[in-house]
Ligand binder design. Structure first.
Ligand code: 6PG
Length: 267
């Protein structure tokens, strides 16, 4: 059962776990609850996945018997919040990580897997193509209001970045685009990323943050001065959706609200 007291009141919920294993189990449970509720009411459920190393265990867990049977995976559409400028078989590909750990084991139909084409020489064209793909699947105009993902998974870097919205980015909450390409000087790499515009339209946003190296950034993002240019994760603030932060003990160590007796255990 969850602890009775989230550290911060809804609509932002912060749940603290002993370590990555508990955090991942809880995230798997939350994923299945959200997808199950959506699919009880609608034909399809749309999820945006995150890259990085933190979600690897979550993806593995979702394929375990205790979770895989809880969701009609053939009715879930999978997207990505960001992608690196690499081909889909590259070790650094966010698509590949999810494909290997989650999508192939669950036999998700190819037509429901919507990847960002990070291998394109023109990444801006890849970003525009991704906006069109999102619009096609949601059956809306790419020039209209953002569609609402049912669930967006996000990670956070030790510099406060999320998706590929890095400090100093010229993308803001007001940027009208849904997906953009960017050169990120701090990592000397190009990325394609969803923008706050579409991420904040989601019904549920779930951040997964683990590790002591994230502790300082997490405290600044959640409890520090509002400075989204320096801490892009602060731009994520869904207009009417639920924002959830699942953090482990090490990442939470510098939060004022941190108390060992607030630790949650996976439901
Ligand atoms: C990516 C991301 C990125 C990631 C964070 C955290 O493509 O790398 O989507 O935003 O979530 O960098 O990464 P870790 O989980 O590896 O710490």
């Amino acid at each position: 059962m969850w602890s009775a007291q989230p550290v911060v009141s809804p609509p932002r919920e912060i749940r603290q776990f002993a370590g990555l294993e508990d955090l991942s189990e809880a995230a798997a449970g939350e994923f299945c609850r959200i997808a199950g509720r959506v699919l009880a009411e609608r034909r399809r459920c749309a999820v945006a996945l995150t890259g990085g190393s933190t979600p690897r265990r979550l993806y593995e867990l979702l394929t375990a018997d205790r979770y895989r049977h809880r969701v009609g995976w053939d009715r879930v559409d999978f997207f990505w919040g960001d992608e690196r400028a690499v081909p889909p078989d590259h070790d650094a590909s966010n698509y590949r990580m999810a494909r290997d750990l989650l999508l192939e084991p669950l036999a998700v139909p190819r037509a429901h897997i919507h990847r960002i084409e990070g291998e394109r020489p023109d990444l801006e064209a890849a970003a525009v193509a991704y906006e069109r793909e999102i619009a096609r699947v949601f059956d809306v105009s790419p020039d209209g209001p953002s569609p609402a993902f049912d669930l967006v998974l996000l990670g956070m870097g030790a510099d406060g970045h999320t998706a590929s919205l890095f400090p100093g980015t010229n993308v803001s909450r007001e940027t009208p685009r849904w997906v953009v390409s960017q050169y990120v000087p701090s990592i000397a790499a190009n990325r394609v990323t969803m923008t706050p515009r579409i991420l904040n339209a989601a019904r549920h946003v779930l951040f997964l943050v683990a590790g002591a190296e994230k502790a300082e950034a997490l405290a600044l993002v959640l409890e520090g001065r509002h400075d989204p240019q320096r801490l892009p994760a602060q731009m994520i603030d869904p207009a009417s959706g639920l924002l959830m932060w699942f953090v482990d003990r090490d990442a939470a160590a510098r939060l004022n609200g941190w108390r060992a007796d607030h630790l949650s255990t996976p439901a």
